[in-house]
Design a protein around this ligand. Structure first.
Ligand code: 5AD
Ligand code: SF4
Length: 521
C-alpha cells in the first residue's frame, strides 16, 4: 500500500489550528504537496516564542462525548494493544484510549501478533525516549507485512513535533495513523479514517485542546487511580518540550474533579494520584473563580479515600496555603515529590525555573516545619549546557542538605524547539555521564540510609498484589511510596495493613504482616 498522500479531512475543519481551508480535495486525490501545505498552514511546530505569546482563549469544557453511531461495534471480535512510553500522564491517556476502544467493542490484548490495532503512546521528553519509539516502529514493519489489515498508530507527545511526523511520513509508510495529544477524543473517527483510507491519516492540532469530561476510562487497576486535574504547562523551563507538546495550562473544574474522586472512593479505590504537568499551578488559569491547588487539596481531604498523592509540583507554585492544608495530614500524605532540577542559582536562572537555590531551601524548611516527618524526593538534570564542576557540586550539596530519599536523575537532552537546544555546550558527554554516576551514588546512599531507618518499625502498607518475583510474597507501598514485600494471604490485596519491617534494601523493604484493618481472614 502506498501512502504518499495526506488523508486528513479535518485538517481543514473549523477545529484545526488556524481554521484555514486549504485542502478541500477528496482524500484520494491529495498529493504530497497538499500534505506539505498542512505544515505550512495548519500545523505549527514547537516554537517557544510563539507559545509564550499564546493567549488565553476560553477553554470549553465538553460533557457530551459519544462514540459515533457507526463506530460503536466496529471493534467486535477485534483486539487493540497500546504501548505506553513516558510519564503518568501518558499512562492515564492510555487508560482513556483503552476506554474508548472498549466502547467501540474492541478487546485488549498484550500479544502484538493478535492485535488489530497497535498504538504507540509516545514520550518526547528526552532523546532516548524517542529512539526507543523509532526502534519499535521499525520492528512493527514485519508485522504489518504479514497482516496488512493491522492498523499501526503513533500518538502522544512525539506526534506533536513536526520533525517526528515528517520522519514517520517519509520513512515509515507502514504507520497508518498519527495523532496528537489534543486529539484523543477523536480516536473513533481517526480509527475509521485509518480503516477506510489508503493514505496515512495525520491529525495534530497545536491549538490547545478543550477539556473533555466524560471520556470513558479503562483504569489499569482497582486499588490506585490517576486523576488528571490540569493539562498543559505555562512555565517554559528552557530545557522542556512539554509546554509545546501539551499546550497551555487548562485546569479542570473543581466540581468535576471532586466528583471523580468521590466516585473512585465509592468504587473502593484506596489511593488517587492527582496529575498535572505542573500540578500545583492548578486553578491559576481560572478567570471566574478564585480556587487554587490548596483549595482543591482541602476539599479532597474531606473525601473518604485513604490516600491522596500528586505529581509533579513546581517549587514556585508551592504556596503557604498549600503547605498549611497538607499539614492537616489524614489522606494528604507526608511525601512530596518536588523537582529541583539543579542546586545552583545561575543554572536555575538559565533554566527559567524562577527560584534560586536559597528560595528552594527556604521552601523545604517551611515544608519540614509544617509537615512533621515529611519525605522529599525530586527530579534533577545534570550536564545542563556549560554547567561547571562547581555548579554541579552545588547540586550535590543541595541533595545532601535537603536529604532527598530518592530522585529521578537525567543527563540534559537537547529538545528541538526549546531555547537550550541551540546553546553551545562545553561539557563533554563523558563528563556528564560521570556527574550522573556521582549524583546517583549519593542518592543511593541517602536512599539506603532512609530505608535502614525503617528497620524494626511498623508501617502502613497498601497491598497491591503478588510480588513480581515470587507469587508467595505480597507487595505494596507505604505512605511514603516505599515498596514493601512480605508474606500474607491474598485476601488482603487492596487493603491497608500494618507491616513490621525486618530488613531494608536500597530501594525496597522486607517485613512481616502485623495486622490488617479488616482483619486477616
Ligand atoms: N533533558 C533531560 N531531562 C529533562 N527533563 C525534562 N526535560 C528534560 C531534558 N530536555 C526531566 C526534568 C523533569 C522530568 C520529568 O524530566 O527533570 O522534571
Ligand atoms: Fe516542563 Fe515541568 Fe518546567 Fe512545565 S514546569 S516546563 S512541565 S519541567
Amino acid at each position: 500500500m502506498t501512502k504518499d498522500q495526506l488523508s486528513k479531512e479535518d485538517l481543514n475543519s473549523e477545529e484545526s489550528v488556524d481554521g484555514k481551508s486549504s485542502q478541500d480535495k477528496p482524500l484520494d486525490e491529495k498529493t504530497t504537496e497538499d500534505f506539505a501545505k498542512y505544515f505550512q498552514t495548519t500545523y505549527q511546530p514547537p516554537n517557544i516564542n510563539k507559545a509564550r505569546k499564546r493567549f488565553r482563549e476560553d477553554i470549553e469544557v465538553h460533557y457530551d462525548f459519544e462514540i459515533p453511531e457507526d463506530m460503536r461495534n466496529v471493534g467486535r471480535d477485534k483486539k487493540f494493544l497500546i504501548q505506553t512510553y513516558g510519564c503518568q500522564m501518558n499512562e492515564h491517556d492510555t487508560e482513556v484510549m483503552a476506554g474508548i476502544f472498549q466502547e467501540m467493542g474492541y478487546e485488549v490484548t498484550v500479544e502484538k501478533e493478535e492485535a488489530d490495532v497497535i498504538l504507540l503512546n509516545t514520550c518526547a521528553i528526552r532523546e532516548n525516549a524517542e529512539n526507543k519509539v523509532f526502534g519499535e516502529i521499525g520492528h512493527l514493519k514485519a508485522l504489518k507485512r504479514e497482516n496488512p489489515d493491522l492498523i499501526i498508530g503513533v500518538c502522544g507527545c512525539m506526534s506533536q513535533q513536526e520533525t517526528v511526523v515528517n520522519r514517520i511520513m517519509q520513512k515509515h509508510q507502514h504507520v497508518d495513523l498519527i495523532f496528537g495529544t489534543h486529539n484523543i477524543h477523536r480516536l473513533p473517527v481517526l480509527i475509521k479514517e485509518a480503516m477506510f483510507s489508503k493514505a496515512q491519516v495525520v491529525e495534530v492540532w497545536s491549538k490547545e485542546g478543550d477539556i473533555y469530561e466524560n471520556l470513558p476510562k479503562a483504569r489499569a487497576g482497582k486499588i490506585k487511580a490517576w486523576v488528571n486535574i490540569m493539562y498543559g504547562c505555562d512555565k517554559f523551563c528552557t530545557f522542556c518540550i512539554v509546554p509545546m507538546t501539551r499546550g497551555k495550562q487548562r485546569s479542570r473544574r473543581p466540581e468535576d474533579i471532586i466528583q471523580e474522586v468521590r466516585h473512585l472512593a465509592a468504587q473502593g479505590y484506596k489511593e488517587v494520584t492527582l496529575l498535572g504537568q505542573n500540578v500545583n499551578a492548578y486553578g491559576k488559569d481560572f478567570e471566574d473563580i478564585d480556587y487554587k491547588f490548596g483549595d482543591l487539596l482541602n476539599d479532597l481531604h474531606k473525601i473518604d479515600i485513604p490516600r491522596i498523592r500528586f505529581t509533579s509540583p513546581h517549587p514556585r507554585d508551592f504556596d503557604d496555603h498549600c503547605i498549611e492544608v497538607m499539614s492537616k495530614g489524614g489522606n494528604l500524605l507526608n511525601h512530596i515529590h518536588m523537582p529541583v532540577q539543579s542546586g545552583n542559582s545561575e543554572i536555575l536562572r538559565r533554566m527559567n525555573r524562577k527560584y534560586t537555590r536559597e528560595e528552594y531551601l527556604e521552601l523545604v524548611r517551611k515544608i519540614k516545619e509544617a509537615i512533621p516527618n515529611v519525605t522529599l524526593t525530586t527530579d534533577i538534570i545534570v550536564g545542563f549546557p556549560n554547567e561547571t564542576e562547581e555548579q554541579f557540586q552545588d547540586t550535590l550539596s543541595l541533595v545532601e542538605e535537603v536529604g532527598f530519599e530518592a530522585a529521578y536523575t537525567f543527563i540534559y537532552s537537547p529538545r528541538e524547539g526549546t531555547p537550550d537546544a541551540a546553546r553551545e555546550d562545553n561539557v563533554p558527554l563523558e563528563e556528564k555521564r560521570e556527574r550522573l554516576a556521582r549524583l546517583n551514588e549519593l542518592i543511593n546512599k541517602q536512599s539506603a540510609e532512609a530505608m535502614k531507618s525503617y528497620e524494626g518499625k511498623t508501617v502502613k502498607v497498601l497491598v497491591e498484589g503478588e510480588s513480581k518475583r515470587d507469587p508467595d510474597i505480597l507487595s505494596g507501598y507505604t505512605e511514603k511510596n516505599k515498596v514493601v514485600n512480605f508474606k500474607g494471604p491474598k485476601s488482603i490485596v487492596g487493603e491497608i495493613v500494618d507491616v513490621k519491617i525486618t530488613e531494608s534494601r536500597t530501594w525496597s523493604l522486607n517485613g512481616e504482616l502485623v495486622s490488617s484493618e479488616v482483619g486477616v481472614k
